[in-house]
Each structure stands twice: as C-alpha cells, then as structure tokens.
Design a protein around this ligand. Structure first.
Ligand code: HEM
Length: 472
C-alpha cells in the first residue's frame, strides 16, 4: 500500500470528510442487457466492488476476452517491460479514428515515432516555460469576465468556463492564436463526438463491418466537419504565408508540415498532418479543462481545502501576478490538483490489445485480448490507497508524494505513450488555480446534481453551475 495515512485532516468533522460523488458499485454482477446499457451510458457504473479489490480480473466481456489490470507491477509489465506486445487496441482506434485518424494519439510504430519526435521540441521544459506569460494573460482575460459575472451574481458553468480557458491557452501557444472556431462551437463538436462515437454501440459488440451505416457514424459527421474545416483553414493560411515569403512561427503547424523521416526523407502525409493537428486541438484542452473543473468543484465542496489553498496563494503571491518561480512554492495547489485527478482522472481508462500470447500475474493472455488499465479503478483501488473514496489532498504532501508508485497513480498514462502535454497541462492548471483562488471562491449552486460520466474523458454529467464569489 502507498503511504497514504490520512494525516492532518483526521480531526475534521465527518460531514467535511464525506465521500465526493461517484457511482456506487452495483451489488450484483450485471446481466448482459444491464451491462450493455451501463457500458453505453457510463462504463464506470458497471464495475462491482470486486473490481476495486482484485489485482487482475479476466473476463469474457461483451466484446470478447478482457483483462483488467490493477496491480502496479502488472501495469508496469504492460506499459513498459513488454510494451511492444501491447499496441493500442482496435476498439480505441474505432472510437477515436473518425476524428483523430492516425494522429499522434492513435498511430503506431514509425508513423507515431516521427510525429512524436517532430512535436517534442514544443513540449520540452524550456518551451513550456516560455508559454508561461501567455497562460497568465489567458487566465487574466477569463477573470476579467468573471468580475462582471460576480458583480451581477450570474451563475456560470465552471466546466464550460474551464473548457473556454484551456482552449484559449492551446490556441495562443502551440497554434500561435490562429484557430478561428470559437470555444463554444469546438466544445459542442467535441461533445457530439463523445456522445456518438465515444459510446459503445452494437457495432462494437458484434463487430459488424464499419462500412455498414450506423447512427453514430451519421450523427458524428457535423462534428468531424468542424475539426477538419478548422485544420484545413490553418494549413491553407500557413502555406499561403510561406508562399508569399512571410515569416511563420515555429509552432505545431510549421513543425508538422516540415517533418521529414530521418531515413527516407519522406514528409508526413497531408492526412497525418491533419489528424495530428485535430488531435492536439482536442487532447490539448479537453482533459485539462476536466482536471480544473473537478478541482473547482472539490474546492467548493470542501471549504477547508479552499481556505488552505487561498492561504498559501496569498502568502506566496502577496497580491501580485504569479511568476514561473512561484509554481514550485504552490504546494497546496499542486496537492489539491493531484488529488482531484486521482478521484476524477480526466482520462478514466487506458486500453491496449495483446498482439501475441503472454502471461500477466499468472493469467494466460491470448492474442487479441483487450487489456484495460483504468486510472478510475487504480486510483480508487482498495489495496493501493487508504480510504480511497475520500478527498485527501494530504496524500500528495511532498514527503508522501515520492512514495506513491507511478504505476498506481497515472493520470497522464505512462511508458512511451505517456501524455506529451503533461508538463504543459500541470503548468497551466497550477497558474489557473492560483489566479482563480487569489480572487474568487467557487460556490456550487445548492442542490446542483454532480456526478462523473465517463465517455472518452471524465466530465461532470450536467456541468458545474457555480457562482464565483469575489474574495476581496
Ligand atoms: C490534465 C490534463 C491531461 C491529462 C490528464 C492527459 C492524459 C493523457 C493520457 C492518459 C494519455 C495517454 C493515453 C494512452 O496511453 O492511451 C495522453 C496522451 C496524449 N496527450 Fe494528454 N493529457 C492531458 C493534457 C494534454 C495536453 C495539454 C496536451 C497537448 C498540449 C495533450 C496531448 C496528448 C497527446 C498528443 C497524447 C498522445 C501521446 C502519444 O501517444 O505519443 N494532453 N494524455
């Protein structure tokens, strides 16, 4: 077990230590129909208590053999030691493919390697540090809008606000402010995508050929059109500027268009460049928005956590704007964010498929087996965490943080396919939280219904209706 004893919050009144919302595991194993319905609407509702207690679970699921891996050393086996036997699975590719094609998240082998190597310079620590002032500007613009909303007592959807913020940040940084589609239109397209292709359907279960028309593939089209049009526009404008001999920024668009295979000298195909740009627009903001939204929710639910964070922010920033050097001193902000991502991991499941036979934890793995490593389960596993369903930022206090296995806490995944934007996301989330807490107290509307729903990411099912109360 990780060293996660409860610590200084032990003496809090019980009502304050209550469990933040999460679906109760069903008491009995679900029948096929109920399991299908649950998988379609919210897969995290289908796992019984046993799945949170065992280290590895082999099942013949609705979609064939499935092995859920919870044990840290077995997770290490899948993602590091024998990673070449576990490429991305057909189901994940079928779900994400219609929008993300063979971009960085969904490609394999040489195609993936070239893209990863090409964009890596934009995510190395010095580049991420250089985005800092732009991140501060974007948060300041959001907070200026909130001033008006706070004065008028307007209720905001904090989930939507965080999406608009992270979209603004990804656009201002790696896309050099050239994205034209508004945050609401992009967010609506992503929601449509999650609500159609992001859900398990009969086609996935009975493996009907993809060319056979099905409702999701019709309904997703307007959404994929939004992604494609935006990327088309970005590329056309950039190429026109290059043709006219105008200077162009050294951003994602330029790097992908200029990428060459070191051995063959071949460029990335037009299709791959498109797919990678769409991937970065979507993956580059949706997940961080969820991490921030859930953190604001927890701060509203647990006033002691807010007060502690506000005290730290006030002491470190002393009323001024943050600098990059402040980030390392914002410990409580980091601890709270990390605990929010433990309880509500923005990417709730990772999946892979066994290419060849293997053995994990004594279980025979046949080729084609779907392997699930779910941060949602691992982060709430009864043997890995003490009182796993409780909100306890103290678990991530510096002296305990180093004892948490990186195979037991994996919001950003791990191994060679680890999130390329992890450092970027942590920096923007810390800046945003510090600046928000410096000026506002987020207050969830009394009686608001909040529950996590897992499609491809983990969102609050009906958003987060909040008032932002001005602190001073
Ligand atoms: C809190 C925020 C974020 C979380 C929790 C998160 C989580 C993840 C996870 C779990 C993976 C691995 C998926 C797998 O192994 O199947 C991943 C991959 C990826 N993420 Fe993130 N992400 C976040 C922010 C970002 C940002 C800000 C960007 C871009 C600016 C980004 C871009 C990507 C890309 C391109 C990949 C694919 C990497 C590859 O396969 O080589 N993510 N992310």
């Amino acid at each position: 077990m990780n060293d996660l004893a409860v610590g200084p919050f032990d003496d809090l009144p019980l009502r304050d230590r209550r469990r933040p919302p999460a679906p109760q595991p069903p008491r009995r194993k679900l029948g096929w129909l109920a399991a299908y319905r649950g998988m379609r609407t919210n897969p995290i509702t289908t796992w019984g208590e046993r799945v949170y207690q065992e280290s590895i679970i082999a099942d013949r699921g609705l979609m064939g053999p499935v092995v859920i891996v919870n044990r840290p050393d077995a997770i290490r086996h899948v993602f590091l030691d024998n990673a070449q036997n576990y490429p991305k699975d057909a189901l994940q590719l079928a779900k994400l493919g219609p929008a993300l094609g063979r971009g960085l998240l969904t490609s394999e082998r040489d195609e993936w390697r070239l893209q990863r190597r090409t964009v890596a310079p934009l995510f190395q620590p010095s580049s991420v540090a250089a985005y800092f002032p732009v991140m501060v500007e974007a948060v300041a613009a959001l907070l200026a809008r909130w001033e008006t909303a706070a004065a008028a007592g307007t209720v905001l959807d904090a989930a939507r606000e965080m999406t608009a913020l992270t979209y603004d940040i990804i656009s201002r940084t790696v896309f050099s402010s050239e994205i034209e589609t508004g945050a609401d239109a992009m967010s609506a397209a992503i929601t449509t995508f999650f609500d159609t292709h992001g859900r398990i359907n009969l086609w996935d279960l009975i493996k009907l050929p993809e060319w056979l028309p099905h409702p999701a593939s019709w309904r997703v089209r307007p959404a994929t059109r939004v992604f494609r049009r935006e990327v088309q526009r970005l590329l056309e404008r950039r190429r026109a500027r290059q043709a006219a001999g105008e200077p162009v920024p050294n951003d994602l668009v330029t790097l992908l268009a200029a990428a060459r295979d070191p051995e063959t000298g071949a460029a990335l195909s037009e299709e791959t460049i498109h797919d990678s740009l769409v991937t970065f627009i979507a993956a580059g903001h949706e997940t961080t928005a969820n991490a921030l939204g859930w953190t604001l929710f927890l701060l509203s639910e647990y006033p002691w956590a807010f007060d502690r964070m506000a005290q730290e922010v006030d002491a470190v920033l002393a009323g001024r704007m943050p600098t990059i050097d402040d980030l390392g001193r914002l410990n409580v902000v980091r601890m709270t964010l990390e605990e929010a991502m433990r309880l509500y991991p923005p990417v709730p499941f990772l999946s892979r498929e066994a290419a060849g036979p293997d053995r994990i934890d004594g279980i025979e793995i046949a080729p084609g087996t779907l392997i699930i490593v779910a941060p949602w389960l691992v982060h709430r596993h009864r043997l890995l965490w003490q009182e796993p369903d409780l909100f306890e930022p103290e678990r991530f206090a510096p002296e305990r943080r180093s004892k948490i296995s990186r195979f037991a806490y994996l919001p950003f995944g791990l191994g060679s396919r680890v999130c390329i934007g992890a450092g970027f996301a942590m920096q923007e989330a810390l800046v945003a939280l510090a600046m928000i807490v410096q000026r506002f107290r987020p207050l969830l509307l009394p009686g608001a219904y909040v529950q996590p729903v897992a499609r491809i990411t983990l969102r609050p099912v009906r958003g987060l209706p909040m008032r932002m109360e001005r602190r001073r």
